[in-house]
Design a protein around this ligand. Structure first.
Ligand code: FES
Length: 105
């Protein structure tokens, strides 16, 4: 099934920026703007309880968690620097009418 959920406007996030969003079931996600391309992952780091939208820094396609400097590829959710080992969940993004949607179905 497919359930498109609007998270924010594309203009809400500057390039290189991260914003927090919430799915209808209350799950927190992080929305990234990488050079005008948008990606969505879990907001909570898979290593600890850090919020990547608050405590993360985007560098290219990777987000670095400032708590212990673990990293994830925001395109795939894959962990790419220790101590992070477990991938983040990702959601397919769709941009329509200047808004960022994910398929939460
Ligand atoms: Fe994110 Fe430890 S909580 S790297």
């Amino acid at each position: 099934t497919s359930e498109l959920v609007a998270l924010c406007a594309t203009d809400d996030i500057e390039q290189g920026g991260i914003r927090r969003g919430t799915l209808p079931d209350g799950h927190a996600v992080a929305i990234y703007n990488v050079d005008g391309e948008y990606f969505v992952t879990d907001d909570i780091c898979s290593h600890g309880e850090a919020s990547l939208s608050e405590d993360g820094m985007l560098e290219g396609h990777q987000v670095e968690c400032s708590w212990h400097f673990g990293r994830f590829d925001v395109r795939t959710g894959e962990a790419c620097a220790m101590p992070c080992e477990k991938a983040l969940r990702t959601w397919p993004v769709r941009i329509e009418d200047g808004r960022v949607f994910v398929d939460a179905g």
